[in-house]
Structure formats: structure tokens, C-alpha cells
Design a protein around this ligand. Sequence first.
Ligand code: NOJ
Length: 555
Amino acid sequence: MEGRLEREAGTESWWRDAVIYQVYIRSFADGDGDGIGDIAGIRSRLPYLAALGVDAIWVNPWYPSPMADGGYDVADYRGVEPVFGDLDQAQALIDEAAALGLRVVLDIVPNHTSAAHPWFQAALAAAPGSPQRGRYFFRPGRGHAGELPPNDWRSVFGGMAWTRVTEADGSPGEWYLHLFDDDQPDLDWSDAGVRAEFLSVLRFWFDRGIDGFRVDVAHGLAKDRTLPDLGVDEEGLLRAPDRSSHPHWDRDEIFEIYRGWRAVADSYDPPRMFCAEAWVSSPERLSAYVRPGLLHTAFNFAFVRAPWQAPALREVITTSLRTHACVGAPTTWVLSNHDVSRHVSRYGRPDQRDQTAATDARSTAGRIDVGLGRRRARAAALLMLALPGGAYVYQGDELGLEEVVDLPPEARQDPVWVRSGGRERGRDGNRVPLPWARTGPSYGFGPAAAWLPQPPHWAALSVEAQESDPGSMLRLYREALRLHRELWAGAGELRWLDLGPDAVAFARGRGVACVVNLGAAPLPLPAGEVLLSSTPLEEATLPSDAAVWLRTRPA
Ligand code: NOJ
């Protein structure tokens, strides 16, 4: 099999047009039968991923963790959570993936540690003002007896961003900052030891042969250390800051940190890469993260936020390409991930304006048209994979999985659910373990029942069921990824085609075009050979909510 790894071995540019498959490890494949996905499970499915045709995998955090936030609460950055495996298995995965032409990207979580991390435990045991507390944000409270939090910042997961500790002598003590769960204390990146530690962690994994890191909360590391009140009464995971100088999101001091990280990545042969998870206010702000000498790529969440409407999609594509081109970086397209509602469900919502809600508002849950969403998701896949730049596929996108909206409350684990007192359903609905087979206690996910219950109708969406159906989402993705390498990767800039207000249509490089019809009426197609379509075509028209790849000129 000729993966891009072999074709471009030794170059640093693979990430410019790579398709990277996101493995949410807890829900991908369970190798040891405890109901939770693991490294053994990923290893057993590497041939599936290679055959799917992706270039790389990004694995969500697999480090030792109390799992207060699905592993984004890291207790040891140089280890592997025993539930997932061990370092030897991690090494085997990296090596086996490379042998199949797949690169491996891990997830680094620098904004906060777990409360179980030895640093935080040492901080709790140490006195106010100690160097141990200096790695985090410990502050005295306000009010007569320090009974009020130091400022009004809110946790992204709900409630206040501060928790008060009990000092060694048993008295109520300082407060510490946690922009996420109270088990995820924020690190103070002005501390030299914190900076040095993460450079060392990067090297630890780069030395083991991984190809890059996805950077968690990349926009959160720098804080205004005067900790001014914000005057907001809510935070949200997907919320972008709405002012230019925010005290804890998207501050310019962050970039100096990434300059140091880039130097480490560039010191390797081949150089390693980074992808920023940064929820910022505009494509311009996002492009600041991928300027020369900083991070290589950044998820384009404006694309996730865009409604299924032609003007909005044209606008987000144009703006993203322009702003990234200004800094010489590729755009990185994404439709779904483990934090947002699956796009099959988002595109099936009656109201297309709110694309970001991590949870489908209960009021609209019953009105989601999953069939329509799935039809649009097929078209969206062809749109995304034809665009210049890289793309991420979230596990299950290739099966057309929808958000599971009716998980029983007792099964839910997302801290969003707990901290909001059940008002927000949280993200468990996009993390339901994959169905691999038509039958079995977890539809082939593993030998036992899965940690979150799967809907019985997913038997028909399983890999096994879709393999044998030429019209399935899986077969569409496989063909699209095969053609992606041939037609679109490295095909150069996009030229818009004017096919009317309801079309998103463009041509690239070697005489190929992508046309998406977002209107209600069939769209007449330009002359050309149909290479792939999201739905069967009759005559020279494209039905509503469908996409096609055309060769407009002979090869
Ligand atoms: C972003 C991650 O994608 C999300 O899952 C996590 O809860 C937060 N960062 C906190 O680490």
C-alpha cells in the first residue's frame, strides 16, 4: 500500500494536505473486554484505517488520568493510562502504524493538569506563596474571611472557575483557578519550570517517533496575572472571546510559548507538527497561531459553526483560505469532533443557525431529521475533502453516525452534565462506542458491553454492514479518500464557479471541480465526467443536498 508517508518521507509538508482520523480512544475499539476502548483495540483496527485511506491518526489523551474529563485531566504526561495499555503497547502502535503508512499524532494538554498530578498534590501540601503553588493560580479569596472567590471567572463546564482548598492545619485556605473542572487546575505558564517541563514532554513523545501533537486549549495558556473581573455570567467550551484583550483567552503572550515548541519540533528529522485547538473570535485571530515559526495548523472551527447554507459556506471558505494564505499556512477543515454534536445531527436540525451547541437543545432533539442530516453529511464530506488544505475525520463520521440524544442519565460521564446539574446534556452523545459488527454485546466494539450504550439501529450502520453496501457512507468515504490523493491533495488554489446562489462550486488544479447543491431545486451541472457523487445522479443535474466531483477537462 502506498501511503503518503512513503511518498513524502523526510519532508515536512505532509500535514499541509493530510487527512487525519481522530481516534477517541475510549470509544474506538476495546481489545481487552473491559468495555472501554484501548491501544490494543486501535492496533487491531489499524488495517481498517489504512484501507480507509487516511494519512494519520490523532489519538485523544491516553495518559494516566482519573478520567474526570475523559482523559483531559492528565496525572502523568509521560505514561499511559493502564485502562488503555502501557508504554510498550504505545510504542508498538506507533511502529505498526508507520509500517502501514499511517502517522500518529497525540494530544497534549498544557492548560491544566489533573488534580491528581504530583505537582498539584505538592501544591496542596505546600504553604501559600510557595514555589509549588506558583505553578498554578493559588490566590486568597475576597470578602472578610476570604470566603469569596478571587474574581468572577466562570468554568467552561459551569459554575465558578475557583475552588477553595483546606490548608495543612485544617483551616479554610486559598482558592485555585480551574477554567474547566475542579479536577483540572490551570497551570501558570509564567512559571519557568512549567515551560521547561512541557518542552521535555514534547521531546519524550517525539523521541518515541510520534509525528505531532494536537494542542488542547491552545488559546488558553496565557492569563492576565492581575486576574481582573470579567463581568460575564457564563463560559462555554465552544464560546469564542468577544473582545480583543481577554484576561484568559487568546492573549498575545501565548505565541512566545509556541515559538519555543516549534523550535523543538523543527529540531527533529523529519520535523514534527502541531495542530491548535483554539476557539477564537475570527479567522484572522486563528491565523495568528499558524504564522511562520509558530504552530503548523489549527482546526477551522468557523467551518464547524457554519450552517448548511451556501452563502455561509462560501464565506467561511473564502475567509479562511485568505487569512491562512496571508501567513503561508494551510487551512484545516473539520466537521465533527468529540466536543461538538455530530454533524449528521447538526445538519438535520430545523434551525441551521446554531451549529456549535455541544448538546442538541432538548427542545429540538425530537425534531432532528437524521435522514436529511446524513444526506447532507455525505455532501459535506465531498465538499471538505475537495478543499485546499488538510482535513480531520472524527471516528464514526465515515459511518454516518448521529448524535445519541437519549443516553440514560446514569450512563453520562461528561463533567458538563454534572456541573450544569443536568441542564446541559454534554458531549457523551458523540462519544458512543463505534459499531463494528451487526451483532454482539457491543456490536463488535469489544467482547463485552460498551461503557456507553449503543443504539440498536447502529447494527445497520456497523462497519460490517456498510462494507457490503456499495451505497453506504463507508464506501463513499473510502472512495473519496482514494480520489483525494489523486485529485485534490496538492492541487493548488480554488477558483469559484458561479452556478447560482444555492451552489458551492469550485475548480482546482488539474481540471477537476466540486459542486454542492444546497438549494431545494435540482442544479444543472457543468459538462464533465462524474468522478464521484454523494447520491446517484440522473441526467446532468445535481439533486438538493448533494455533491459531485467532476473532471471538467481531460486528464
Ligand atoms: C478541549 C477538549 O477537546 C475537551 O474535550 C476538553 O474537555 C477541554 N479541552 C479541556 O481539556
